[in-house]
Ligand binder design. Sequence first.
Ligand SMILES: C[S@@+](CC[C@H](N)C(=O)[O-])C[C@H]1O[C@@H](n2cnc3c(N)ncnc32)[C@H](O)[C@@H]1O
Length: 223
Amino acid sequence: MEKANKKQVNEMTVQRIKAIIKKMIKPTDRTEKYWKKAASKDVESVMESICDHFDKKTFDTKKEALIFSQNIKFDKNMKILDLACGMGRTCKWVAPHVNEYVGVDFIPEMIRKAKEYNNRFKNAKFVVNDGKSLNVLDSDYFDLAYSELAFQHMLKPIQESYVREILRVLKKGGLFYVQIPRIEYYNDKTYSRTKKETDELFQKFLVTYENTSDAYYYIKAEK
Ligand SMILES: C[S@@+](CC[C@H](N)C(=O)[O-])C[C@H]1O[C@@H](n2cnc3c(N)ncnc32)[C@H](O)[C@@H]1O
């Protein structure tokens, strides 16, 4: 085998092994320690660790990578909450179309990077929280909240706490868009849910199942 070919085969093997290892890691193995470490790197690498199995460039630059973008109608009067915002990747698709965008995450360094990365949006704020509540935010304040690629990293009691808090911070009629990890796919009761448990989680909301993939229920919940 030529030297170049051998190098290519080796590279493919390394990629395959990396993919297998990634599959073995549970989403909830990504604890505060993991996200702290992820946030300590440069912006490119933070994006890399956040985007997981997405193409990094598409993930950051294409609006299609905003999971809820197809469904959400933004307007200039709206106040928006992005729960578990990371480095505020989705801010640029939202802030220009609304009155106020607030991103919340429990990793201070993630929030510092989010501020830096989005400093051109004067109506965007980024806030550190405690990883379970939204006590840094006022009640009945937001028209819409969303949480992307985040609930699968949270244990059920944390998800429940956030859903209670979302109910508090939304205005009446406000909407919450979120992906809920499905038990059929993740096969782990500590963070993924049956349809019945998902219904229970949102029992105080008016719930619409916008879509269902193998891994998630895509929820629109109205207060
Ligand atoms: C895969 S990233 C997604 C970031 C962002 N939503 C996006 O789509 O680019 C998951 C984010 O969730 C945050 N996160 C995980 N658990 C959290 C918790 N309990 N409270 C707040 N943020 C949390 C992490 O710090 C990380 O920034």
